[in-house]
Unconditional design. Sequence first.
Length: 631
Amino acid sequence: MMKLFNNSQNLLVFSFLMSFFLVFLFTDGSFLLSEEPFTFSGNKTIASHGDVFELGIFKPDSSSPDEDRWYLGIWFKRISERTYVWVANRDKPLSKPTGTIRVRKSNLILSDESNTVVWSTNVTEESERSPIVAELLDDGNFVLRHTNNKSRDAFLWQSFDFPTDTLLPGMKLGWEHRTGRYSFLTSWKDFNDPSSGDFSYHIESARGNRGFPALFLWNGRNKMNRLSPWDGVASFGVPHNQPLAYLTFTLTANKEEVSFSFQTSDRKYTSRLTLTSVGSVQQLMWNETSSTWDMLWHSPTDACDIYKYCGPYSYCDISTCTCMKGFEPMDPQAWALGNRGDGCVREKPLSCSDDKFFRLINCKLPDTTNAFVDWQVGFNECEQRCVNDCNCTAFTTVEQSGSSGCVIWTRELLDVRNSDYVTDGHDLFVKYHENFSAEIIAENLELPIMSFETISRATDDFSVSNKLGSGGFGVVYKGILDGQEIAVKRLSDTSDQGIDEFKSELTLITKVQHVNLVRLFGYCINGEEKLLIYEYLENKSLDLHLFDETKSDKLNWPERIEIALGVARGLLYLHEYSATMIIHRDLKPSNILLDKDMRPKISDFGTARIFERGNSNVETTTIVGRSPKKH
């Protein structure tokens, strides 16, 4: 009997002590008990163990006194300026400043005075392993867990997985593959209204080998801003130098998760990343001295931060849009007026055989959502893949753990900028088919560039009376330039000589100087107009003298022999004595011009080729040349 009494006493004492212990945990503010509801009213709140954060009922300070909208939220406890970092019932406010929160089975539930549920964690897991408690941690995370397991991986629910407008150190935006959870920020509706606003901040990445993770700011269903994509290391494209040494940004991309987070290495500093109700992403640091939040960086900062501000195939630099090399404005008139949202188009379609790459240095990479990524490929192979892929528009390589990765774009290049990315920009190699311009040629040739207006005046606006002849290339005109007679070859739109032949003639003829080779004085490119300006040869071409019956009789044999020897001397120079061995490949009477003394000069180097000396086995499979037109 005594033994039973002692056991009963012990049981009563144990129950009393347990009740005292539970009340102690409750009043300490670190825990909410499974069986004990807690009613928020007035200044009754729950604080984290170290008094860093506080959970309670609030109404925005500047909201109207007549408005009965109350919210359960978390704010910094030690900071004088009330700053909310999380709101539970943001889209279903309480009508009075009273709410009761309790743990029911495996759920955390917020009810109003009429016991109507206004918010719940919606946890579906049920467990009888141990009692469940809710705890507000010192990092601002409000968690639901078993009493015997404090591991973050074992949390039944946590507010960090369901952010509102604020990212705290240790919080993550992105996917968790195991649970399928996708976390993102959503702005307040306005400064006084915590309900879900128009702006959201996401990390996005395509699946498989497509795309880099990148952070996007959305306005409703429209992309508003994109931070530079992840480059394979533990940093991301904040559009300025990293503001503080103790503030680090991390982007994780593996089989388990794709997420973005940041940390402060020094606990005395308090920082947060917030999406404002007007669509600005701000990184803030609390200043104890001034009792204000100092802004470390924000985005968007200027017009270049607006997504697709310059349209496709254009890059933005200090609010100015520039077409990439090999591209031109889609709407030149709108472009000239400053409306450049339509972007640029190719000057010439890709050939898939003879395209080139333009290197855009240290830029913010284009939208990588649909880019292809291969982490096992270096620069040379990456370039070759783009060369071989007719759909490839650009490529780059990035570093990851000491090895290179290859990124290839096969669609439009969007949202590129090349300023303010001094520390984390990349070189982008954009594929284009070269459309020759005077500036391009001038980079390699020391040859006068003449204006189209000058040549037009010299030829009397390409008068028919000044026409010297025509062929597959177009028409040749006589002109007077600075008192000197010239011959102007004007390539037609349907010319057999295209850009490559035009380039070849310019390049080769400026490399050779010989009495039996025609001299080139200059050239002109004006839009589709391509002009070559030669010395004027009074007796025109040899075919006129050979095949015109009236002139053929006047060409005696000594003259014929001298012409043949002159052509031979010109060819010998090209084959043996010029700096590079040149094969004309289209030598015919119409391409032999005669000066006033009937001295021959070889012309038309459009189909000529350079060969290595000593190589006697060169083959060509292209048929060149054409029969001359009758005159």
